[in-house]
Design a binder for this molecule. Structure first.
Ligand SMILES: [Zn+2]
Length: 410
């Protein structure tokens, strides 16, 4: 499995200039690769592939001196990104019946990272990050790397520099095959998530407050005169606030996912990939889904590390089916505004999200019984541990106010 390690970099003034220059040159290369693709298509009616563009790049390198001052893999990675933008464009055409925004030019400052895809980077004897064509940059290795480093991505975030290594490693943990405690989790609209144990996890207060502050800052920015110094300052302040909010959100999701994974032997969630095929017109719902995606990926890798079963189940009807064993009534006309309902078949009153989580847990159990012979169900069921040990632990995460944002990547 692949894991990302992120560290802060401390380049000297000279190195910063070099990094900035490299980003800017890559940005220009990216934009001209887009132009080339367009032009080629208009002139010949045929597409230009990444391989074609690589050949052009190799030829250009002989004539254009400044391209020689950038590592060849970093240059090639630019073409990979162009290819990726095109693939996404064609996918959007397919999905939206022909209507899709064309891949856009990167404006100044919008190209913010470079990638060494295989070599050209390393950590030297004195613990600095050595980057071919750039130099040896001081870095803070706050935790050690476990596994084989595959790629090295150097990134500028507002006014700070970071390096992200993507590392491949094989978890050594043995799989937990006897499942005693299992749980289904559903995304909430008002809350962050609901557990089949009955626990509803709220969005932490400090996060909501930080988001509100961000909205205020954004409003202030839009009132500033265009091109003014004050506007520049306000924009930087908005960008920083944005970063802070996203760090806090990550921090919250890391802690919560760690807690859940360490408390259960099997975890079931909705499969977002299937879910996204069903068009979603509710804005609040799609925003909560967006945050949910990151949370699921955190849980997925933590589960793999811990040898815990993590299953994504088909979300069809999970929010509409009564989760009471043996009932299975489906509330067909349920809208998003329904928060609580009483099953006309068995008479149980359900809190909407908790019921959905319980239904996901039912599917999880069914899958373990019918499709996963290597697993066995132990004695304690998820309903037994309703609020025992977990509640306090979760509460303590959620009440903890304003922690220093972590710089760890997902
Ligand atoms: Zn029922």
């Amino acid at each position: 499995m692949i894991k990302t390690y992120k560290y802060r970099l401390y380049p000297t003034r000279k190195q910063t200039e070099k990094l900035e220059w490299t980003l800017e040159t890559c940005r220009i290369l990216y934009n001209s690769a887009l132009v080339d693709r367009n032009r080629h298509y208009e002139e010949t009616d045929k597409g230009l592939s990444r391989i074609d563009q690589q050949k052009i790049l190799v030829r250009d390198k002989k004539n254009i001196e400044y391209l020689m001052n950038i590592h060849s893999q970093v240059l090639q990675d630019v073409l990979f990104r162009v290819e990726k933008a095109y693939k996404a464009f064609f996918r959007r055409i397919k999905e939206k019946n022909g209507k899709a925004g064309y891949p856009r030019f990167k404006q100044t400052g919008r190209y913010d990272s470079i990638t060494y895809t295989q070599s050209g980077f390393g950590i030297d004897d004195v613990g600095k990050l050595s980057l071919s064509k750039i130099g040896h940059i001081k870095l803070k290795l706050h935790r050690s790397i476990n596994g084989i480093i595959k790629t090295c991505n150097v990134k500028k975030e507002i006014d700070k520099w970071y390096v992200c290594f993507s590392v491949e490693y094989t978890p050594v943990t043995k799989k937990q095959t006897v499942i005693r405690k299992h749980v289904g989790i559903d995304v909430g609209i008002k809350s962050f998530a609901a557990l089949s144990s009955g626990k509803v996890i709220k969005n932490p207060k400090h996060l909501i407050q930080a988001e509100e502050r961000l909205i205020k800052k954004q409003r202030r920015l839009s009132n500033k005169k265009k091109g003014s110094n004050n506007r520049k300052k306000a924009r930087l302040s908005v960008a920083k606030a944005h970063k802070r909010v996203s760090n806090q959100r990550k921090d919250f999701q890391h802690k919560l996912s760690r807690k859940i994974i360490s408390n259960y032997d099997a975890v079931g969630v909705e499969d977002l990939r299937i879910k996204n095929m069903v068009k979603n017109h509710c804005l609040a719902k799609s925003i909560s889904d967006a945050g949910w995606g990151q949370f699921l990926s955190f849980m997925a890798y933590k589960a793999e590390e811990a040898g815990i079963l993590f299953l994504r189940v088909n979300p069809r009807n999970t929010s509409k089916a009564c989760s009471v064993p043996g009932c299975g009534y489906i509330y067909k006309d349920m809208t998003l505004s329904v928060r609580e309902w009483t099953c006309p078949s068995c008479g149980t009153t359900h809190e909407r999200d908790v019921n959905a989580a319980a239904e996901i847990d039912n599917i999880l159990v069914r899958k373990i019984r019918q499709e996963l012979p290597e697993y066995t169900l132990g004695e304690i069921s998820s309903m037994d541990d309703i609020v025992s040990s977990n509640t306090y632990a979760l509460k303590s995460i959620l009440s903890k106010n304003q922690e220093a944002p972590s710089v760890r990547a997902g």
